[in-house]
Design a protein around this ligand. Structure first.
Ligand SMILES: [Zn+2]
Length: 482
């Protein structure tokens, strides 16, 4: 049986989940469900990154213990499972024992490449990363537009420079395939600019005791990224379950946002090379979700809360919008106006209307799908369905979620035209009754295909369509928004 291990990145838990992470985890969910439908053995991992300095700061602001803050927010991330109907198999928190043990084991496995050095640098807590002066924009972090802190400490470093040539070859030859190509180019140009050794610990004092202690030196805490990246191996038994580890590692796919590309495509493979572990196969990089044209931020008050969206519109319209409207590898914009337009045009009118029409006619003609006697050989129809399946599969192999859905909606339009042309409600004589029934059987057949294709995207709707084709009991899928 073919194995398919995929992960999202682990979000920070200093605040509640916003719709940007919802996009990532829904993309991952579609891939997981799709590969399960292909009959593969799937392991879908997500979780939370809890050892960050940001959490220490957020907790201090609220005047509560850090543990309390991370417990509260990690719970909210877990609750996305129900809200967004996610099918992940495991949820790892980086404060769990299995993770701490694994992160420390990985450190020891890299020991030959770790050394201590006095260091002075500019650290952005938002990114949890040191920046070179030349990487800042007007002295500010390019990601957070904030001034990084000047940090002067004696810390542990990892010999990243040693892996420069090896990494270059790995990326060039797609041994780790980076999608899209533009992100692969970005990684190569970062590698070509010269890799410097990276600082992988901080003083326990600066981290206020929060985080995972460096093995053999508890005065130091693991750098958040060194610890967080190891979750991908820790969740599959790196520290304590060799059998499970052998089964699942290396991961087939990491799904990440564009802001954390170098951690996944440069640092992570280098650490794995150092520890003599296999490398993940694919990294898929999505863009950012903006809100009415601007980056979502607390200060702008434009954060889209996925729980509120689901409460207002339901789970599947939220999944649909993010997958259909947002280009998978570019930035995409959320507005309520666009959301409602998509909902009414594609879900209420397009899909919902077709299903309602076909089921109502089937009911009238007593043409239930289950009672179908012969397979109608309408060649034009069959060709159209086959073509759609082909386009759909190709799009999904390339992570083009929007195009996969686009091809399903083309098939919906094809059916609408077919109905208008055949007018199966007109009854002239007994012969036309038989012909009309055949038209309905064709349409029911295409609806079952549409439902199959929708399974990874809109699992609940797919189930409802399949039920309706069997019972011909017509219930609106997506009532129109006023
Ligand atoms: Zn930053």
């Amino acid at each position: 049986m073919k194995k398919f291990y995929l992960s999202t990145a682990l979000p920070y838990v200093n605040e509640s989940p916003h719709a940007g992470f919802a996009l990532e985890i829904i993309q991952a969910d579609v891939m997981a469900r799709y590969h399960r439908l292909l009959g593969e053995d799937v392991f879908f991992l997500t979780g939370t990154d809890e050892n960050s300095l940001k959490n220490v700061q957020a907790a201090r602001k609220e005047g509560i213990p850090v543990k309390k803050l991370v417990d509260r927010n990690a719970k909210k991330f877990y609750e996305l499972k129900k809200a967004l109907n996610l099918s992940f198999d495991d949820f790892i928190r980086t404060t769990e024992k299995r993770h701490i043990k694994g992160a420390q084991k990985l450190w020891l496995a890299c020991k030959k490449d770790i050394f201590k050095k006095k260091y002075k640098g500019l650290y952005c807590v938002g990114c949890e990363e040191f920046y070179k002066e030349s990487e800042l924009v007007n002295g500010l972090c390019p990601e957070h537009k904030t001034r990084p802190d000047l940090v002067e400490e004696e810390n542990y470093f990892f010999k990243l420079s040693k892996y420069q040539n090896q990494l270059k070859k790995i990326i060039e030859k797609d041994e780790i395939k980076i999608i899209p190509q533009s992100r692969k180019n970005e990684v190569l140009s970062f590698i070509n600019s010269g890799l410097e050794d990276i600082c992988i610990s901080r003083s326990a004092e600066r981290g206020r005791g929060w985080g995972i202690p460096v093995p053999e030196d508890p005065s130091q805490i693991l750098w958040t990224w060194y610890d967080a990246l190891s979750n991908y191996i820790n969740a599959v038994g790196y520290s304590d379950n060799p059998k499970q580890f052998k089964k699942w590692w290396p991961a087939y796919l990491h799904i990440i946002g564009k802001g954390i590309l170098r951690f996944h495509a440069v640092y992570w493979p280098a650490i794995l090379l150092s520890a003599e572990l296999s490398l993940p196969k694919t990294i898929f990089v999505h863009g950012y979700l903006t809100s009415a044209g601007q980056k979502m931020s607390k200060s702008l008050g434009n954060i889209i809360d996925p729980f509120e969206l689901v409460k207002k519109y339901g789970t599947e319209p939220v999944r649909y919008f993010l997958l259909r409207e947002i280009p998978p590898t570019e930035d995409g914009d959320f507005t309520y106006e666009k959301f409602e337009q998509r909902y009414n045009a594609d879900l209420a009118s397009g899909l919902g209307n077709l299903v309602a029409r076909v089921i109502a006619m089937a009911e009238k003609l007593k043409a239930q799908n289950a009672k179908r006697k012969t397979t109608t050989q309408n060649l034009k129809f069959k060709k159209e369905i086959d073509k759609t399946w082909e386009e759909y599969k190709k799009a999904l192999e390339e992570f083009k979620f929007n195009e996969a859905l686009g091809s399903i909606w083309k098939l919906i339009s094809f059916c609408d035209c077919y109905i208008d042309k055949e007018r199966p409600w007109e009854l002239k004589n007994q012969e036309s009754r038989i012909k009309n029934q055949e038209v309905i059987y064709n349409l029911l057949f295409v609806l079952t295909n549409i439902a199959e294709m929708l399974k990874p995207f809109l699992p609940e709707t797919a189930g409802r369509i399949l039920r309706q084709t069997r019972t011909t009991i017509n219930k609106p899928l997506f009532p129109r928004l006023k």
